[in-house]
Write a protein of this length. Sequence first.
Length: 168
Amino acid sequence: MTTETAETTDNVVVGLGQLYVRKSPSVLVCLGLGSCIALSIYDPKTTVGGMVHIVLPDGSGRSDQNSPKYANTAVSLLVKNVISEGGMISRSTIRIAGGSKMAGTGTLGTVFKIGENNIDATLAALAARDITNIDGMDVGGSHGRTVRLWLDTGKMTVSASGRETLEI
């Protein structure tokens, strides 16, 4: 009698302000992104990948200012953790999703620009680390997104209500 076992894939939910770095066969998932950003780094040679769920652009002056929830610190923390797990940034793919305008129209629309500010701050933090080659982006708009990064292949998908799932 033979017994067959199926390799299981762990789905790891990356919650608000969280950062996870794993090796294959995990799938990193950010659920229901609105104005938040999902930033991923994936090294195809080592199958090391990470994702951070960025909530706000800048945590300067706050008690938790070194948290991954802020774009100005999240990028460095993600890079550091990917490298510590054996990844190499120079051969990695970098992808960004989220940053929607989820609240406000008219006058309120100019006040609540958190999504736009998150996009700008994330790109600025990447540029500050000389990471300027972004391999995929699905940002802006006014819809929520769910993002998945498969660490066995590096495939990243973005799904949103009312549109086809994108691979970025």
